[in-house]
Design a protein around this ligand. Structure first.
Ligand SMILES: NC(=O)c1ccc[n+]([C@@H]2O[C@H](COP(=O)([O-])OP(=O)(O)OC[C@H]3O[C@@H](n4cnc5c(N)ncnc54)[C@H](OP(=O)(O)O)[C@@H]3O)[C@@H](O)[C@H]2O)c1
Length: 432
């Protein structure tokens, strides 16, 4: 009978530090919950200066994570180094050696999850990955357990704090994307290279995990349509506000008639929608189940302690199964991917926000409306405030539901008109 759960942590960066602190602050509560002692036997990081930052026995500090995955005493390996190379090796070796894994590495799971979860199935171990989506908000547990009675009809997520912070600042301070990004970088919300956050890739990594759990298959990054927020201007945010909408970067999963949609893009949301009030670096996910209806979860989606909260929750969960000897394999992704159809973007139906740059002349609205009408696109609202005769002015329209393919065909034609200047801006609208 085991008396101690032995942990080895690889990566003492932001989240690793939070995990060590959490294990120290809540040591007695956690040990009572598990009914055993918890021993953090090893902490590995390449940077040896880090060992001075925390109250840990210097003998537990090592630089080589391989020692942890090979140590027969270690029950749970906590991978918090990020990236796809060494992290993948550590995880696969640890599983092969019968250990369980806790990780926050959404990029690794999204890119190599198929191989990793297959390795988990044929191993003695389990993988906990709650911290990989929405930091401190337990959305993975919600999908796996809390909503297990439901067929998940849709989910909408604001799951990248950096992008949400940028859009919030652009709106509240009426500043450009570049200025808002600079602020986010100064505050440490955005990396020096913000590509993953602003191009929607990080959101897509997380959507891949949520969508895969919702549909019980393992999707591929190519299944997701991805569009980031770099093209959003403060003008579009202001025009959206004129119609009582805000712009958010949303992760969207929908299942209708057996077909699935997976997409990440800037989205117009009615101000009255709860997701519209999720501001700054906060995250939220709203799920719709066929039995429960709509549920929404809100909180800190990143950062040292919120993310550590999710990592340590997985440690407790896995420890309990180790202690009870009841390691049941949950096959979260039981349906072969080939049996599921992901809808092509051309075939989705949405409402659209369109901003045209037009020469201010009479009859323009009729020409644009004519092309839209010929492709079964009807206009619900029009906004044109600034008028400067002969000059280029913005003309903003909201459409009723239309097929994406038709919208693209229409814009192709409209953008070629002699009355149009520049490329028309298209932002999809949703009503979660
Ligand atoms: N930060 C967040 O808010 C957040 C939220 C959710 C999920 N996550 C995920 O959590 C993971 C960790 O993120 P983080 O923000 O804590 O990263 P971080 O601050 O960069 O920490 C990673 C640490 O791992 C070390 N490391 C890298 N390669 C190593 C190796 N082969 N062996 C031992 N140590 C190694 C790094 O050392 P060097 O600096 O010397 O390379 C660094 O100290 C990532 O997968 C991230 O996506 C982070």
């Amino acid at each position: 009978m085991k008396e101690t759960i032995t942990l080895g942590l690889i990566g003492l960066g932001t989240i690793g530090t939070g995990v060590v602190k959490t294990l120290q602050i809540n040591k007695s509560i956690l040990e009572e919950r598990i009914g055993k002692k918890i021993n953090l036997k090893w902490v590995a990081d390449l940077n040896t200066d880090l060992k001075h930052n925390l109250k840990i026995d210097p003998n537990t500090f090592i630089t080589d994570g391989r020692k942890i995955v090979e140590d027969p005493d270690v029950d749970i390996v906590i991978e918090l180094i990020g990236g796809c190379t060494a992290a993948k090796d550590f995880i696969l070796t640890a599983l092969k050696n019968g250990k369980s894994i806790v990780t926050a590495n959404k990029a690794l799971l999204a890119e190599h999850g198929k191989e990793i979860f297959q390795a988990e199935q044929s191993s003695q171990g389990q993988i906990g990955y709650e911290a990989s989506v929405a930091g401190g908000i337990p959305v993975i547990n919600t999908l796996r357990n809390g909503l297990a009675a439901n067929d998940i009809i849709s989910l909408y997520g604001i799951i990248n704090g950096t992008a949400n912070y940028i859009l919030t600042k652009m709106s509240s301070d009426k500043i450009s994307f570049e200025d808002a990004l600079k602020k986010a970088q100064e505050l440490g919300y955005a990396e020096t290279d913000p590509t993953f956050d602003v191009e929607g890739i990080d959101t897509a990594h997380k959507l891949l995990l949520l969508g895969s759990l919702a549909r019980e298959t393992f999707f591929d990054m190519n299944d997701i349509y991805i569009e980031g927020i770099r093209g959003i201007t403060e003008k579009d945010i202001a025009y959206a506000a004129e119609f009582d909408y805000v712009i958010k970067l949303l992760a969207i999963y929908k299942k209708k008639n057996g077909v699935v949609q997976l997409r990440v893009h800037p989205t117009l949301l009615a101000k009255s929608n709860l997701l519209s009030s999720v501001n700054d670096s906060f995250n939220a996910v709203s799920f719709r189940g066929n039995i429960v209806g709509t549920n929404m979860y809100y909180g800190r989606g990143a950062g040292e302690l919120p993310t550590a909260s999710a990592v340590v929750a997985d440690i407790v969960d896995i420890s309990n199964t180790i202690v009870s000897g009841n390691i049941t394999k949950r096959n979260d992704f039981r349906i072969p991917r080939a049996n599921i159809t992901v809808q092509d973007m051309d075939d989705i139906e949405n409402r659209y926000y369109l901003r045209f740059g037009v020469i201010d002349k009479p009859g323009i609205l009729a020409r644009i409306a004519g092309i839209l009408g010929s492709l079964n696109i009807s206009i619900s609202d029009v906004y044109q405030k600034e008028r400067r005769a002969g000059d280029t002015v913005p003309l903003v329209m909201l459409t009723h539901k239309a097929k994406e393919k038709n919208i693209r065909l229409a814009l192709n034609k409209i953008d070629k008109l002699d009355i149009i200047r520049g490329k028309t801006v298209l932002i999809r609208m949703e009503a979660p």
